[in-house]
Design a protein around this ligand. Structure first.
Ligand code: PEP
Ligand code: MG
Length: 539
């Protein structure tokens, strides 16, 4: 048995086989080789295997998302036959006498830079495709297997760290727990674990090369421990505890259909946060009153080109229809900072959290914004939609947004496309927005406080920096006073305020939030019933 400790970001206990997700960088080590022809032969075989994988992905995608979206896999297959691409790989192997993995990585970088610098938008977008196929080849060459985890049995996922674009590609039904070497409590992996109700440990000092795919592990996120190769006694004890946990969940289930009312009769709305259309199942399963935050940027992650207006429209419409008249608050894209997407071609920044992100991208690149707005306005006809804008710092930004919304509306009207302009609110996640919340309350329909970023910007603590987890104190008086101030300012104008950051699910604060007059808490689906339980105990 080998046991390691880490920090629990979502409690629970599970047992099962392990699947190690290796980072691309670890797979590409430059090695000198003696036989270049043998490396070229390995490359050829890897290309064949990649084409085979892509063929299967194409068939799967056609069934799940239709032919248009699946076509990308055909494009990737064709790229693997491109003479220039293959010649470059062969040339690097022959002239530098290096391994195929390295030659593919070099070629991938060179070609994607070349595409990215082209003027033509279509060619620009191919930069991400070239990276994608090169990564696929590298994984095959280095024996790391296919990144597509859909073929694995339900497993405990072990990784160095997981980026939002990696998490979005995971088949969520196949994950029993997350265990990562790095990561912070506020990372999107942690948020995903809470959405899916699965145990998660971060900061576990593992050496990934010592962990074998398929070996059994127990993740005890109550104790913050992961044990590999557990003995019989531990396995038996764990099975018992898993059964007890199931029983607790069953008891929570009895709260379904009940109101979120305190013993003294105060009511608060409890909504859920989602990142994808498929998360709506968790929202309904946990009996949330609505969706308080749909992080729409997840539609943009893990792909090689922008989602089209039609793709977005279908996704929003599906969520609205499934929620059948319950409120659905969709946040416009919050790309940048920790959510990087190659095809946005964003320059590397010194301080990405303080950089070109979220509404700033939308205001500077209104074409991207308008595509999303068109999809949202069209989808609004199908349910109870509210649009929410992230990272607001001034009233001028809101006015600019309204101008772009008005232009979008005019275009839809002229084209005689059915649409509706729904309720529009903003996220309060910068200290600036808090300080002028009196002014902002006059021009928006509602506020939703993003405590994850608000804490980061108020305490000057990078939420992604794991070394600062001990300093990241969302219970800080400054944050609580800010929440009170925002709620009061919204109420003065007859508007409402919710909390959609992780703090909303903190049951130690539920009573304080209710006393402050917070109108809505939007939490991970797995937390809805736990918060309801807490609300119903408050006298
Ligand atoms: C927040 O900042 O609190 C929030 C809800 O947004 P995100 O976590 O997606 O940045
Ligand atoms: Mg935020």
């Amino acid at each position: 048995m080998q046991q390691y400790s880490g920090k629990s970001v979502y409690k629970g206990i599970t047992m099962g086989p392990v699947a190690v997700l290796e980072k691309q960088d670890d797979l590409v080590r430059r090695r000198k080789i003696d036989d270049p022809e043998q490396e070229i032969e390995r490359t050829g075989a890897a290309c064949e295997q990649a084409k085979d994988q892509l063929g299967k992905l194409y068939d799967k995608a056609v069934k799940e998302v239709g032919e248009t979206s699946a076509a990308i896999f055909e494009v990737h297959q064709m790229m693997l036959e491109d003479d220039d691409y293959l010649e470059s790989i062969h040339n690097i192997i022959r002239t530098e006498l290096v391994n195929a993995e390295y030659a593919v990585a070099q070629t991938g970088d060179n070609f994607s830079e070349m595409f990215a610098s082209m003027d033509d938008d279509y060619m620009k977008a191919r930069a991400a495709d070239v990276k994608d196929i090169s990564n696929r080849l590298i994984r095959i060459l280095s024996g790391a297997g296919d990144t597509d985890l859909s073929s694995m049995e339900p497993s405990i996922l072990i990784a160095d760290d997981l980026s939002p674009s990696e998490t979005v590609q995971l088949d969520k039904e196949k994950i029993l727990a997350f265990v990562t070497v790095h990561g912070s409590s506020n990372s999107h992996t942690a948020i995903l674990a809470r959405t899916m109700n699965i145990p998660a440990l971060i900061g576990v000092p593992l050496r990934l090369d010592e962990i074998k795919n398929g070996m059994t592990a127990v993740v005890d996120a109550h104790e913050g421990k992961v044990t590999f190769d557990p003995d019989e006694a531990m396995m038996a004890r764990t099975a018992e505890r898993i059964a007890q946990e199931k029983e607790k969940l069953r008891l929570l289930e009895e709260l379904k259909g009940k109101e979120n009312v305190t013993l003294s009769g105060k009511e608060i709305k409890i909504f859920a946060n989602i990142g994808s259309v498929s998360d709506v199942g968790y929202v309904l399963e946990n009996d949330a009153g609505g969706i308080g935050l749909f992080r729409s940027e997840f539609l943009y992650l893990g792909r090689t080109d922008f989602p089209t207006e039609e793709e977005q429209f279908q996704a929003y419409k599906q969520v609205l229809q499934t929620m059948a008249g319950k409120k659905v608050i969709i946040r416009t894209l919050d790309i940048g900072a920790d959510k990087q997407v190659d095809y946005f071609n964003l320059a590397k920044e010194e301080n990405p959290a303080l950089g070109y992100r979220a509404i700033r991208i939308c205001l500077k690149q209104p074409d991207i914004f308008k595509t999303q707005l068109r999809a949202l306005l069209r989808a609004a006809v199908f349910g109870n939609l509210s649009i929410m804008y992230p990272m607001i710092t001034s009233a001028e930004e809101v006015q600019k947004i309204y101008e772009i919304v008005a232009e979008t509306e005019k275009e839809l009207k002229e084209a005689e496309v059915p649409y509706k302009v729904p309720e529009q609110g903003i996220m309060i996640e910068t200290p600036a927005a808090v300080m002028i919340s009196d002014e902002l309350a006059e021009i928006v329909d509602f506020f939703s406080i993003g405590t994850n970023d608000l804490t980061q910007y108020t305490l000057a603590i990078d939420r992604q920096n794991e070394k600062l987890d001990d300093f990241y104190n969302p219970h800080h008086k400054a944050i609580l006073r800010m929440i009170k101030m925002v709620v009061d300012n919204s109420h003065k104008c007859g508007k409402w305020t919710g909390i959609c950051g992780e703090l909303g699910a903190d049951t130690e604060l539920t009573e304080e939030f209710i006393n402050m007059g917070v109108d809505e808490l939007s939490v991970s689906p797995s937390m809805v019933l736990k918060v309801r339980q807490r609300v119903r105990e408050i006298s």
